[in-house]
Design a binder for this molecule. Structure first.
Ligand code: ASP
Length: 307
């Protein structure tokens, strides 16, 4: 019964100097709940795809993380969410972008994978697929969080003054999960509100297969978080798999190389969680912290924020 699961709650962590014990405890508790949701499925012999979907749903429901309920606001004060899932068994994938309505965008992504012939849907038809799948929808009030609204106002004010928003917690975040199940299958899921004050219509790396999300039983499953434009241009997630396949690197070497050598020097702050076919996990990041957690058949659950 070999299985393993890793999750992340984004690289947009609160600066250590600003983190209070109360906040810290809340982040750890949210991560632990998500880990348990996925762990329960893997422990019972369930599929990696179900485990990553369940873990991401818990993180989407938790307002602390930038996905689902806690999604950040666009420049015009709306929510546009991106999400993707990928099944390493056969490289099936589903994704949605710029979505507002479904409580769990990751389930909408999964509905695209399971109910259509397509990989990525946007707009009215993405909402229709989610609604035909019977997914719950929520309104503006559900997705409104004071912290995200304040972050938007601060970011817009800084922009007007010509200043850079260099606080990762104000800027972005994302949630994701990767798993290896008892049958040796891999899966990845990622969900995000994107970046605070992003231009309406902007799509990040999260729903782009090979950029922010990837899974293939032959190599690894990856979920990324960070500066989406750079993850996209460096095709971060599939590059990790390519390094394993072509160079024979381990998941730790490949993920470490992409995060530290490709992304970091090119303004690509952030990190990834990655898992290989043996269930070995790598969680490299090139910034101050990344909310993350892991568990396996022979490792007790653990959650971490900083190095
Ligand atoms: N990668 C996400 C995006 O660019 C944001 C993040 O992970 O912090 O939409």
């Amino acid at each position: 019964m070999t299985y393993a699961l890793a999750i992340h709650g984004g690289a947009g962590v609160l600066r250590k100097s600003r983190m209070t014990p109360k906040h810290e405890a809340a982040y750890h508790a949210g991560l632990a709940r998500a880990l348990e949701a996925g762990h329960a499925i893997l422990r019972d012999g369930g599929a990696a795809l179900d485990a990553v979907t369940a873990a991401v749903c818990v993180l989407e429901d938790e307002a602390l993380f930038n996905a689902g309920r806690g999604a950040v606001f666009t420049a015009d004060g709306r929510h546009e969410m991106d999400a993707a899932v990928m099944d390493g068994t056969n490289r099936r994938a589903g994704a949605v972008a710029g979505l507002f309505g479904p409580r769990n965008p990751v389930r909408a992504a999964r509905a695209v994978m399971e109910r259509t012939e397509h990989v990525l849907l946007i707009g009215e038809n993405a909402l229709r697929v989610a609604s035909e799948a019977g997914l719950p929808f929520e309104d503006d009030a559900y997705f409104f969080t004071e912290d995200r609204w304040t972050a938007l106002q601060e970011t817009l004010a800084m922009r007007a003054r010509g200043e850079d928003n260099d606080d990762p917690a104000r800027k972005h975040g994302t949630v994701g999960a990767v798993a290896r199940d008892v049958r040796g299958h891999l899966a990845a899921a990622t969900s995000t509100g994107g970046m605070t004050a992003k231009a309406p219509g902007r799509v990040g790396d999260t729903p782009l297969i090979g950029a922010g999300t990837f899974a293939d039983d032959a190599t690894c499953a990856v979920s990324g978080t960070g500066h989406g434009e750079i993850f996209t241009r460096w095709t971060a997630a599939s590059e990790i798999a390519a390094r394993m396949r072509h160079l024979g690197e381990s998941v730790a070497q490949a993920a470490g190389h992409v995060v530290m050598q490709d992304l970091a020097p090119n303004d690509g702050s952030g990190g990834v969680i990655a898992i290989d076919a043996q269930g070995r996990i790598a969680t490299p990041f090139n910034c101050e912290g990344m909310y993350r957690g892991m568990v396996s058949h022979d490792m007790a659950p653990s959650t971490l924020i900083y190095r």
